[in-house]
Write a protein of this length. Sequence first.
Length: 324
Amino acid sequence: MNLTDAERSGKLVLEAKGIGCTFDGLKLIDNFSTVIMRGDRIGIIGPNGSGKTTLINILLGTMVEHEGSVRRGTKLEVAYFDQHRAQLNDEKSVVENVADGEHVTVNGIKRHVIGYLEDFLFPPDRARMPVKVLSGGERNRLLLAKLFTLPSNVIVMDEPTNDLDIDTLELLEEMLMEYKGTVLLVSHDREFLNNIVTSTIVCEGGGRIGEYVGGYDDWLRQRVPDAVNRKVKITGRKKPRQKKEGPRKLTFKENREIEALPAMIESVEAEHAGLYKKLSDPEFYKGDGSRVAEAKSKIEKLEKDIADAYERWALLDRISKESA
Ligand SMILES: Nc1ncnc2c1ncn2[C@@H]1O[C@H](COP(=O)(O)OP(=O)(O)OP(=O)(O)O)[C@@H](O)[C@H]1O
Ligand SMILES: [Mg+2]
């Protein structure tokens, strides 16, 4: 092993080679390879049921049956905030759930547990209460507080933003920004991802998994082929994050819509890919010039449709998760 190899392996968090996974005859992950290095902050996005949690389980080694191989770095300490949040002891107090004694160590700094819990909006009297009296929102906050006290060099969060109030969301953002280790983050929150991650893994459906540099917005930009995209500017309707009203359920119509969106996106993407292929063929430019202009404007429209559909899907998905 030469020096670069040694250096590399010290920085390696994990390397996946040709991983794959099939459930009930459906290919969920097809031949995906990636390398994750120390300090990477990776977002994982994709529609419901597209395999995000499964991918995490394979990467972390909690799912044994899969194709391909995953090599993990030495001395990995993973803190996992799972989607089902079953990690609190209901009978113990808030304080006892995060600390053994009076102090906690967060990001290498020792702090008094009461002060630390105040950061997470638990006043001292609330911090002495048993966990069983907490509301759903408080439980989420407590789990986050607990997560950052665990010794770790990798934090994995599966949809941590669901049911978080705005203050906690901002606090979580700050904690993740200060965190020195590697971050793997499944989320549908576009702004949250944009603020935190440096690259994005997208479960695109049908086993396809893509990797993009940057956050959610960067992904939207990059997924559109560059050559035809110079003129098109995909501007997400970026609204400042607002204080949420109470969670609401999807309407019947919205439910139908969200169910239909993945297939719709897939078909528009297929049309886009076909057209793009045509435009990449030099022969196509030999004929009628108006045909080329027409194809280009069509491709622009498709790109806008795709971006809008993803945006719509993310919004509906979030509403549905918040009310779940
Ligand atoms: N152990 C299993 N056996 C059979 N099917 C499974 C298993 N685990 C997951 N699946 C199926 O694989 C699909 C993907 O599941 P997964 O939980 O990875 O998706 P996800 O992207 O995390 O979804 P969500 O956004 O709802 O969390 C789902 O259809 C699920 O029912
Ligand atoms: Mg999941």
